[in-house]
Ligand binder design. Structure first.
Ligand code: PEP
Ligand code: MN
Length: 338
């Protein structure tokens, strides 16, 4: 840690900082400039309480040298990590598209959806049984019955399933239904107790970005999961909230290369919740793949007009098929496949 003293800091104030740094088990290297004194704290800076240092009189500011996240950081693990959802690798050379409806509705809807996902060439299926809805009066998801329908439909099409966990009390049920990847939604990105619990199971976790979360907060959220023991984490950029109201959210394409630089874990994008309209999905998907995303999470409904949730952003089965063909070309240019 580097501690910058204010221009007028006196010797007693400098000594007090040095004493505090030593109390934390670090060495203090005092460097006196013409205008300011800078103190370098050498040792394990995570042992230092930065707020305590900042509160000492005469301290202008302090800066950490080491990143606050460790297990998820590329700094400590240079190679890309490939996370397997059952036998499907995410984060390797193949771009993976996870497709399916926003929510599980009925058995025929899920059976049809699974068939269309497979026919389009996708290897993973999404579908929400527990839905985080803005209004308590709208459809909240089919719950456990939805997991059962999803499992049945996806098993018949041989597709691993991805579904959102909102409540820690449902984790055992998710394990019983053998959910292949647990999605932590935007609204729960900083639900630290939930993150710790999914950190204790061996299922891959897709961690969506919080609506207004910084990249650093998002990485720290992933670190919570990793620190509890589960390193199978996939980041999902799903758009952030801005002043713009034309579209649902702004797909933060910039975050994709930034995350790829900061973490060795796979990064995917959700163009459906970003744009909020089906007609934007293809363009946003192309942008995300071109920016280095390892995959996509896309909403597709057998009959979008009839969808119980997010009807406006669902692709038709035919649109999903053409999207896959379209993305094949982009992946090829990048030396990847799909
Ligand atoms: C979803 O993927 O079903 C969902 C609710 O997305 P988000 O958490 O990104 O809003
Ligand atoms: Mn949705």
């Amino acid at each position: 840690m580097i501690i910058v003293m204010s221009p007028g800091a006196n010797e007693q104030q400098i000594d007090a900082v040095v004493r505090k740094v030593k109390e934390y088990g670090c060495e203090a290297n005092v460097s006196r400039g013409v205008e300011r004194t800078i103190i370098g704290a050498i040792g394990d800076e995570r042992a230092i309480n930065q707020e305590t240092i900042d509160a000492l009189s005469g301290v202008e500011q302090s800066m950490n040298i080491v990143k606050p996240y460790k297990i998820v950081a590329r700094e400590w693990h240079k190679e890309n990590t490939v996370v397997h959802i059952k036998d499907v690798p995410v984060g390797g050379n193949t771009v993976q598209v996870i497709a399916g409806p926003c929510s599980v509705e009925t058995q025929p809807q899920m059976d049809d959806a699974a068939r269309f996902v497979r026919e389009a060439g996708c290897r993973l299926m999404r579908g929400g049984a527990f839905k985080p809805r803005t209004s308590p009066y709208t459809f909240q998801g089919k719950g456990v019955e939805g997991l059962e329908m999803f499992r049945k439909a996806a098993d018949a099409a041989k597709l691993p399933i991805v579904t959102e966990l909102m409540d820690v009390r449902m984790l055992d049920t998710f394990m019983e239904w053998d959910v292949d990847a647990i999605q932590i939604g935007t609204r729960n990105m900083q639900n630290f107790d939930l993150l710790k619990e999914v950190g204790r199971v061996d299922k891959p976790v897709i961690l969506k970005r919080g609506m207004s979360a910084t990249v650093s907060e998002w990485l720290m959220a992933a670190e919570y999961i990793a620190a509890s023991g589960n390193h199978n984490i996939i980041f999902c950029e799903r758009g952030i909230r801005t002043f713009e109201t034309y579209y649902r959210n702004v797909l933060d394409v910039t975050a994709i290369p930034v995350l790829k630089k900061e973490t060795h874990l796979p990064v995917i994008a959700d163009p459906s919740h970003a744009g909020g309209k089906a007609w934007m999905v293809a363009a946003l998907s192309r942008a995300a793949i071109a920016a280095g995303a390892d995959g996509l999470l896309v909403e597709m409904h057998p009959n979008p007009c009839e969808a119980w949730c997010d009807a406006d952003q669902a692709l038709t089965p035919q649109e999903l098929k053409s999207l896959m063909a379209d993305l094949g070309g982009i992946a090829k240019v990048l030396g990847r496949d799909i």
